[in-house]
Design a binder for this molecule. Structure first.
Ligand SMILES: Nc1ncnc2c1ncn2[C@@H]1O[C@H](COP(=O)(O)OP(=O)(O)O)[C@@H](O)[C@H]1O
Ligand SMILES: [Mg+2]
Length: 260
């Protein structure tokens, strides 16, 4: 089983879009798929309700609700034989809660929009994943996906430069496309639309899908077996945060800093 958490406290960055499309992608490949939603807005439940019965079923878990009379682990159990669990998370979550969503994740995907505010929020999200949730970079569990991108714009070039400096893989670039809005309304994923309409978008998903497939339980436990010296971990985190801040200022702050 593989578990993929989509996380970024910034609202509107594309978490639900990534979660529903990934779930549909796995289900359409014959994998037993669960979509777990921690967002009280319950967008994935609405999407699942519109999903045509003729398409492969996706098991939904409304994790944001506390089910009375059952333990939390019983409520969050996945059906026997589950191959993929996709976890959608809410906006505005506090860094202290990151660990709860990431603890068992084989892959943590952070969608980011190409805007100054969103890039700054993404930097802080990664900072909190490394510090508050104590995820080690060498576990290679975190990746960034640029979403709603219009190529050849200045802001996209800035976003690319910023992500390259992170040493956190920037695994996919998804364009701004009406196909995401249409497919969501229909309860389907891009991969389930008519191919001629969605082909340019589908192609953009390939690197994300293969990055996720290259994660996995075996790889994760192997990296965890090696103890990491605490001082080194602390220094590493400080260095990462400084690097993020510098990258941000190089990308966005240069002109402002040069002004009197
Ligand atoms: N690549 C895209 N192209 C066009 N619209 C998009 C794209 N990604 C997301 N959207 C739209 O942006 C809005 C916010 O996306 P959503 O996935 O709900 O974000 P989040 O779950 O992070 O709040 C939704 O209306 C969604 O359909
Ligand atoms: Mg959402």
């Amino acid at each position: 089983m593989r578990r993929i958490t989509i996380l970024n406290p910034k609202g509107g960055s594309g978490k639900t879009t990534l979660a529903t499309n990934l779930a549909a992608y796995y289900a359409s490949r014959g994998l037993v798929t669960t979509l777990m939603d921690f967002d009280p807005q319950g967008s994935t439940a609405r999407w699942l309700r519109s999903r045509p019965a003729s398409l492969p079923a996706i098991h939904g878990i409304a994790a944001y609700r506390r089910a009375p009379g059952v333990t939390r682990s019983f409520q969050l159990r996945t059906p026997i034989g589950t191959d993929r669990v996709v976890v959608d998370t809410p906006a505005a979550i506090e860094p202290q809660r990151f660990a709860e969503f990431c603890r068992d994740a084989d892959a943590i995907v952070v969608p980011v929009l190409p805007s100054q505010i969103d890039i700054h929020a993404c930097a802080h999200c990664i900072e909190h994943l490394l510090t508050a949730a104590k995820i080690k970079r060498r576990e290679d569990r975190i990746a960034v996906v640029a979403n709603r991108v219009r190529p050849n714009t200045l802001v996209f070039r800035s976003l690319s430069r910023f992500l390259e400096t992170l040493d956190i893989p920037f695994v996919a670039t998804l364009r701004e496309s009406q196909n995401y809005i249409r497919s969501f309304e229909l309860g389907i994923g891009l991969h389930e639309m008519r191919a001629e309409r969605s082909l340019p978008d589908i192609e953009q998903w390939a690197p994300l899908a293969s990055w996720i497939e290259s994660r996995g339980p075996a790889r994760r436990s192997a990296s965890r077996e090696q103890p990491e010296a605490m001082p080194q971990q602390g220094e590493q985190v400080v260095a990462v945060v400084e690097e993020l801040e510098q990258a941000f200022h190089r990308t966005w702050g240069g002109r402002r800093l040069a002004q009197p």
